[in-house]
Design a protein around this ligand. Structure first.
Ligand code: FMN
Length: 188
């Protein structure tokens, strides 16, 4: 019997969710699983992978104005019957500003959305902090920076976080990300 296969299907805008997905793939590989990465936003839905081949699926999305990426929502909707199959393990993670610091609410929001919109319960889910990039080279553009700066100010007051208002703030917690991947591997 070959190694168990895991699809990591994700939606990203500026690449931080993609890098998280790559780290998850690396960790799963170290656990003798066979990960396959797929950026849902890069191809039409008719070319998305079929799930039959996979023992587990991890879905990742970044957040913008409190919304999941639309291709991720379509993917969940398209495959919800498969995800109800007990034999196929489902992991879900989000990447965003609101998970920085104390992520309990952002984490519970995942479970609520999955149940409300798709009638799904994930085997494992977690919310990871993302990148708040206010540097000159930022990909989010001036308008995005303005919107995010207001949110960042709220976050720094609420959670006592230090945020560099002119630099790139990377709040991704790689230990937490790797431990998520390890826990998923243990479920397979
Ligand atoms: C305009 C804008 C709106 C955002 N809105 C949210 C939000 O509502 N909730 C949140 O947690 N993060 C929000 N973020 C933060 C992003 O989720 C974070 O930058 C993340 O790292 C982006 O991931 P990506 O590079 O994979 O797209 C927002 C970022 C921008 C630029």
């Amino acid at each position: 019997m070959g190694n168990k296969k895991v699809l990591i299907a994700y939606g990203t805008r500026y690449g931080s969710t993609e890098e998280i997905s790559q780290e998850i793939a690396k960790t799963l590989g170290e656990k003798s699983l066979e990960p396959e990465l797929f950026n849902l936003g890069k191809s039409k839905s008719k070319n998305w992978p079929q799930l039959d081949d996979f023992d587990g699926v991890i879905i990742g999305t970044s957040l913008k104005i409190n919304a999941w990426k639309k291709e991720v929502k379509s993917f969940l909707d398209k495959n919800k019957i498969d995800f109800k199959n007990e034999n196929k393990k489902l992991g879900v993670f989000t990447c965003g500003a609101y998970a920085i610091g104390e992520p309990t609410e952002a984490k519970e929001d995942i479970a609520k959305r999955l149940m409300k919109k798709y009638g799904l319960e994930a085997d494992i889910y977690n919310a990871f902090g993302g990148i708040l990039d206010f540097s000159e080279d930022s990909k989010i553009g001036k308008l995005g920076q303005l919107a995010l700066k207001a949110a960042a100010l709220g976050l720094s007051n609420e959670k006592g976080l230090e945020i560099d208002k002119n630099g790139c703030n990377d709040f991704r917690d790689w230990d937490k990300i790797r431990s998520f991947a390890e826990s998923f591997a243990d479920k397979l």
